[in-house]
Design a protein around this ligand. Sequence first.
Ligand SMILES: [Zn+2]
Length: 373
Amino acid sequence: MRFVEIPQHDIFKNALLIAGTTGKVAHAQLFVGPIGSANLALALAFATYLNCTARKEDDACGNCFACMSMAQFTHPDFQLVFPRKSDNSAFENPIEDLELFRNCLKQNPFLTLEEWTNAIDYDSKQCQITKKDANKIIQRLGLKAFIGPYKIVLIWLPEYLNNTAANILLKTLEEPPAHTIFLLVSFNDEKILPTIRSRSQPYNIPPFSEVAIEQMLRNSYSNLTIHRTKEIAFLAEGNMHKAFQLAKQTVTDNFERFSNWMRNCYSGNYTKLILEAEAFHKLSTDAQKNFFAYALQHIRVILLGKLNHSITTSAVEAAFSKKFGLNITFIQLKEMIALFTKAYYYLERNANAKMIYTNISIQIVKFFKAPDK
Ligand SMILES: [Zn+2]
């Protein structure tokens, strides 16, 4: 990751560049930002810049050995630390975990904890950075830098450092060996142990702007139409992770499914609704979740339409939203949002998709039949 790949955030980039060029680099820095922010991307770009051997004025070169190995997260002076399984199996395959984590990051620099724990098939609440991880950090920092000039430890989600691990790290975090930098990347600094937080220089990274999201989508998803790009940038609410997820959705399939579903609910056609539930059950969990994310986003479009605030969608989606908006009340839309949000929540926890779809269908049929509609 290089600074040039991250839109917006010039204030942070400039501060980091000045630190890098003057050599006045705080030895523990905390990049805090919400999910889908540039917290990790900035920390990675900074680490790349610090060890680049052919730095440019405003960025790493991207071509030297240091930059190439940083792009693969394999630079010998760069340690990547992240929450892992906290049970005894945790240290059976540390190298496999690292390899898997690197791959997840390569695919998505806006990785969430849920995505990571799904990849290792583990409960995110049980994840920790343990004393074994902490001891390994200290041990590796005891070695001389291979290439340097900096030895960099990037801790992703220091909020998952358990007490023992944090205690092991405290002294080193406060007085690290020369040219050692800790970069902590967090979604929620209130959850970080105060002893760790107070020893780090904080950067509060804001969500992305709509313009920045559009720019990044144009670079990463060249197949999106201009209006879809604008729509996603609006719906993502500053969250680049969400923007990427929306960009991956097959909008046409979701729209067809959603509009047919609503029509069948409206006419109370249970035969078709049951067939739909069966078809929905056969989709992958990701596609099921994507569908409800799409449904939520479409309800939002309908709500805004009812408030006379139009946003860019395709002509066919806009026509449907307008007509649907005339036949549904704000209260019913609010109830649908609650239902779809719950559906998403249960799908994430592997609940039965057919049952979820059927239950929601019954409830929506009831709204449409309600006398006060
Ligand atoms: Zn370089």
